[in-house]
Design a binder for this molecule. Structure first.
Ligand code: ATP
Ligand code: LTN
Length: 334
């Protein structure tokens, strides 16, 4: 009784269609964690522009992601839900943290290297500074816990390093956060077209990913086409990355363990299994899509959620920012 809830922060970029990888690795946990924690969730539009975005599409995707969060079960009455660019403190803290971040550590980040290679015509300072902005997101709210997929672990480590570095230089200011990464294969859902690669919404081959807005036929078609391994036995194994990935996805959508799935499909082939995976995904996504469409129609409601969220987030963020400004020596009146 009276025990303080742990603070939690996370965000997703409005950079296109959200995949079942984003859902299993991150968004689903946002929902699960909301009762036991003080949760703050953002639509990370400042992060999204580190790669080229069509302005009209970015606006649309921001609204869609907000509606999707709510349709997935995030309750705006329980959580703070807001759009990152509506709270200027994120950029302000980023500037201060930039002065304790080293170019060497930023240029070593795997995501920076990957995205620089993929967007060679647009390697900008924002892309390199991405993890510092992410650290600011988290540290502004004194979050203790950050639910993310396994690919974000390195950025979380940098966030921890920056928090510790600042605390050591200027005295204790920031909570040093811990990542919350799903256990097992849900932390990294692999591409259906190449199960050695992460499922990514920016994959140029749309058969590699399933988005949360794909209809049932598309979902089943993509599952049927999923690259599987030699043999025909539904069994999770290191040398069977394609089937193992489908077993992980099936488990995430049905709650069944790998062993249960292997038993269920013993004696049946890949064909039956792939259709069952598609159906299990569609059973969860179709009602979610209907809910999202309903929410999207009510712009006033969404605008109100964003406005209320930005106000609540700003209040918390301002408190941390003014502490930071005081510690670094900015004159704030007598
Ligand atoms: P891109 O794939 O285009 O680089 P992204 O999907 O990784 O983008 P975000 O939208 O910011 O980028 O990711 C939101 C969350 O989804 C993050 O917590 C990330 O770790 C998680 N996530 C992304 N892909 C996967 C995946 N394949 N499996 C599990 N979690 C994932
Ligand atoms: N970089 C993240 C999205 C993100 C984020 C954050 C996640 C932006 N700010 C703060 C956790 C905490 C990604 O998942 N690609």
């Amino acid at each position: 009784m009276g025990e303080e809830k742990k603070k939690l922060f996370s965000a997703v970029q409005p950079s296109g269609a959200v995949t079942i990888g984003n859902y299993i690795g991150a968004i689903r946990n946002f929902v699960r964690l909301q009762d036991e924690h003080d949760c703050i969730y953002a639509v990370a539009d400042l992060h999204a522009i580190t790669v080229k975005q069509e302005p009209a599409a970015l606006r649309r995707n921001t609204l869609e992601l907000m509606a999707l969060f709510i349709a997935c079960g995030i309750d705006p009455e329980k959580c703070v839900l807001f759009v990152q660019s509506h709270v200027p403190a994120h950029c302000e803290l980023t500037w201060v943290l930039n002065t304790i971040a080293y170019p060497g550590e930023l240029s070593r980040m795997t995501q920076f290297k990957d995205k620089s290679a993929r967007h060679a015509d647009n390697v900008n300072m924002g892309l390199m500074d991405y993890p510092v902005l992410m650290a600011s997101d988290i540290l502004l709210y004194q979050a203790a816990l950050v639910p993310v997929g396994a690919d974000q672990k390195q950025h979380l480590e940098l966030t921890r390093d920056l928090a510790i570095r600042f605390n050591n230089r200027y005295s204790d200011t920031f909570t040093v956060p811990e990542p919350f990464i799903p256990k097992g294969s849900g932390a990294k859902i692999m591409s259906l077209a190449d199960p050695t690669k992460k499922m990514s919404k920016s994959d140029e081959n749309p058969n590699g990913f399933i988005t949360l807005s794909d209809d049932k036929d598309t979902i089943i078609r993509k599952c049927k086409r999923a690259v599987t391994d030699s043999g025909n036995e539904v069994r999770a194994a290191e040398d069977k990355p394609g089937v193992s990935n489908l077993i992980a996805i099936y488990g995430a959508f049905t709650g069944k363990s790998a062993e249960e799935t292997e038993r269920e499909f013993a004696g049946k082939g890949y064909g039956d299994f792939k259709v069952a995976v598609g159906e299990a995904i569609a059973d969860v996504l179709v009602p979610m899509q209907e809910e999202k469409a309903r929410i999207l129609k009510d712009k006033q409601f969404l605008n109100d959620v964003m406005k209320k969220g930005a106000e609540a987030a700003s209040r918390i963020a301002r408190r941390t920012l003014s502490k930071v400004y005081r510690k670094v020596g900015f004159y704030q009146g007598e």
